[in-house]
Write a new protein. Sequence first.
Lengths: 547, 210
Amino acid sequence: MAGPVVLGLLMVILPAFGYLPAVGREEFSTLPWRDLFSAPGIHRSALLSLVSGLVTPIIALTIVMLFLAGISGSKFDRLIRRLVSPLLAIPHAAAAFGLAFLIAPSGFIARLVSPVLSGWQRPPDLFIINDPLGLTMMAGLVTKEIPFLLLMALAALPQLDPGRRVMMARSLGYRPVLAWLFTVAPALYPMIRLPLFAVIAFASSVVDVAIILGPGLPATLSVRILGWFSDPDLSLRLMASAGAILQVIISLTAIACWLLLEKVVGHLWRYWTARGQRRRFNGLLLISGRIGMTVTVMLLSASVSVLAINAFAGPWRFPASLPASWTWQHWANTASNLVTPVANTLLISITATAIALVLVLATLENEQRHGKSRFTALWLLYMPLLVPQVAFIFGLVVFTETMTWQPGTWLVVVGHCVFVIPYVFLTLSEAFRRLDPRWVHMARSLGASPNRIFWRIRLPILLGTALTASAIGVAVSVGQFLPTQLLGAGRVPTVTTEAVALASGGSRNVIAVWALLQSLIPAAGFILALTIPRLLWRKRRAMQESA
Amino acid sequence: MNEHYLELRDLSISLAGRTLINVDTVVRGGEVLTVMGPSGSGKSTLLAAIAGFLPADFTMQGEVWLDGKRIDPVPAEQRGVGLLFQDPLLFPHMSVAGNLRFAMPAAEQDKTERLKAQLDEMNLGGFSDRDPATLSGGQKARVALLRLLLSQPRAVLLDEPFAKLDTHLRNDIRRQVFARLSQAALPCLLVTHDAEDAAAAGGPVIELAI
């Protein structure tokens, strides 16, 4: 997986120093860099990206850790756990649109409190969406990254036996939340560090969410790079390449700042732990974790609901909480434009996921059969998630142009695979490796060949997990904006590219139709992934329990 | 039919340079060799080595011969060595019949009729389509035994096969298992820490120390 990333990065370094034969530039120079640094507001753009790359993970990690510290198996906890995967499946762009429709001055929340509570007869003149500080963008990122980090943490936790650690600390007089924070959190942190770095890289370089919720003048660095790259004036590409390198530097700086922060917090933690403080703030920490998680879940669920309302809304004057009437009109108007993007989305996501599934299963099966050392270089697999997309995808585009490969659906599929494979691997590998080896031993002692065992024993037993991994793969693919836009040269429309394209100036109702569709496709995937095993194994009790 | 026999020729298993087990013996068809020892003495590792599942950290020296053929270099599924664990390990996604059919050699004729006859003989008539998860402990143990026999092994390894059964069932199942195995005239190797198992098996006993 590191291959395309390294290739992409290499192919962006040359143009950054003035070498791009495709547009007739063959002399090395630092001109692109001078152009880049004299672009208006470039420093502010870079700073916005850096701050977003730090604030997002700090808030998301704090909320996830505090929530986990307070987990006690209550109904509330179970509800959150059950909601994590479906919430994770909502594509970033759809969640961002939903959030925009929710908190905009003329959005749902403002309507709910108007005119009775707020006294607003017209939408207030507030700069909430696209605010110059990027606060809304960061809020959108935080709500989307929390389910991701939570899922990663929940997957890692069982290995730590948190129950016993907490019990031990409580028997020494520590209140439950503090007991968790002092005994479980330090062990959990290293296990979610890589996903956390992925969050930092993502938040500092995101494109679609920044277009929808982020500041306009100047926009974040990644959005501006995309603008330069898509400019009809091809010479701007040199500057865009320099910008892509700057983007990598920004994301690395964010990670470096994080490492520094890690050291500081580590010291503080040891200091607090050594002081033996057992009681104070227990309640406060518990409450803040719960509130943070509740707000996140409510924001995400409300976002999707607001999308649904907008997609079916008839006339809807401002202070009214709900539309005056409901209509299919927006769907009917969009219907003729929907067919190709929906077909493309399905084709690309299903193909990319199928390829990813075959490759991942083959790798894991091979590892089992030959008892080879586990594929431990996780950071290699994570590389596409750790390096900013804007940086290496541009390089890949330059590469495909150099090879005179035609941009199109197949190139997009390959591009999506780069992102789908890591997620499919991460979802499937643990279950695959943890499958009780005695099933396989038993089958072999009954005379079954390794191939027969794979098809008849291993795959059926792991069917549920494989389907979940596929659903995640489809969700990841559907959500991809940049690889689709760039590797398809804008000629492979998907529901995501269409929705993002409407961000500036599209009617709310039409955007809602697209964003809702964008969420429905992954949701359908998850529903299938849950339903198929239930139907298939409806007469197999042991399989129902494990599903 | 030729008599089956299992030979362990100067077989020794070691972990990190320390020898855990050293055996040199022959088990004749219908005979049960019992290996007794506390947990950690490596008795299950011995079975894993013979069946072909020795974990990579262990090293094995010596040879394993079955019916006059050396089997230790052969892949596990071609050794003809059947296993019975303390858990019945019925494949959870297959019916009872599915489990049994999975074990039958592909070339076998009249599978359905044979299955039915065998199930009846085991007092499991009418259980074909049942979900293994809905069977009682004793029924599961009998299906596991039947599955083992249907795979037509030439030797059988038993790893504490009765340890998880209730006391009242244990004697009953133990009797059935040993009766069927001796009827099939198979060489058997039993590892256990239960002296009653050894007594019921009625064969020679090897005691392992830690």
